[in-house]
Design a protein around this ligand. Structure first.
Ligand SMILES: [Zn+2]
Length: 239
């Protein structure tokens, strides 16, 4: 039990850090300065205001100083990342051979946040982390391999799709999916894409969006589908 509590605490700290990265990097801001502060009253937050999950619950989601509500995104990211770390612990995927998989998940989580905040697959996050994933496949003995041809087919197919059906996928979504095709292969990518489309469709139906033209961030759905695919593919066979 203690190992899951520890996993959740570490994961929620990562979630908190990811929120800062995804909020600041696309705007070209420093990750260090200014230190964490309330965006409404600009008061710098103390350490006791920054404990992931616990501070939000204790303060009932409001700033201690001006009583204005905090955005929910950071809290949700902390919970989701905490639960994800518990899941990875349960499926015993914390191992050297799964590093490319962990890098894929990390990149997807960060890009989900930038997509939610700015409808953007942030290049400053995407390119370096994708390169690290490719390098880790070369350097570490892992079940991942590079599917160069399949990655290229994905890129051409998805780029063609966006020409035939404009606004079906963003430029960033095409690049991200092609990189996943490169790492996962075509069949696995199709499963991820199908699951993400079904999830997004379901979300569109239940969320009651005001207009059909209102774009929805697609990367969070892709990320959910990617994580389930990786857990299904690798998690269930590791003991
Ligand atoms: Zn405040």
């Amino acid at each position: 039990m203690i190992v899951y509590i520890l996993s959740f605490c570490i994961g929620s700290c990562f979630g908190s850090f990811f929120t800062v990265v995804s909020e600041r990097l696309p705007l070209g801001l420093s990750l260090i300065r200014p230190t964490s502060h309330c965006t409404k009253c600009q008061t710098p937050l103390k350490a006791c205001d920054l404990v992931p999950v616990a501070s939000y619950l204790y303060l009932k989601g409001h700033c201690r100083y001006c009583q204005q509500p905090y955005p929910k995104m950071s809290f949700i990211a902390e919970i989701v990342t905490g639960l994800l770390f518990c899941l990875l612990t349960a499926t015993k995927l914390w191992s050297l051979w799964f590093i490319p998989g962990l890098l894929l998940i990390l990149t997807a989580l960060l890009l989900s946040l930038t997509d939610i905040l700015y409808l953007l697959v942030e290049p400053v996050i995407f390119y370096p982390l994708t390169l690290c994933t490719a390098l880790s496949i070369f350097l570490i003995d892992s079940p991942f391999s590079l599917h160069a041809i399949e990655g290229l087919i994905c890129l051409l197919f998805l780029a063609g799709l966006t020409k035939i059906i404009p606004n079906s996928l963003g430029h960033g979504d095409v690049l991200l999916l092609s990189s996943w095709g490169l790492f996962l292969g075509l069949l696995e990518l199709n499963l991820v894409l199908l699951q993400a489309c079904l999830l997004a469709l379901f979300y569109g139906l239940i969320s009651g969006r005001k207009t059909k033209a209102e774009p929805i961030p697609f990367v969070p759905f892709l990320t959910f589908a990617l994580i389930s695919q990786l857990i299904w593919q690798f998690g269930l066979i590791v003991h």
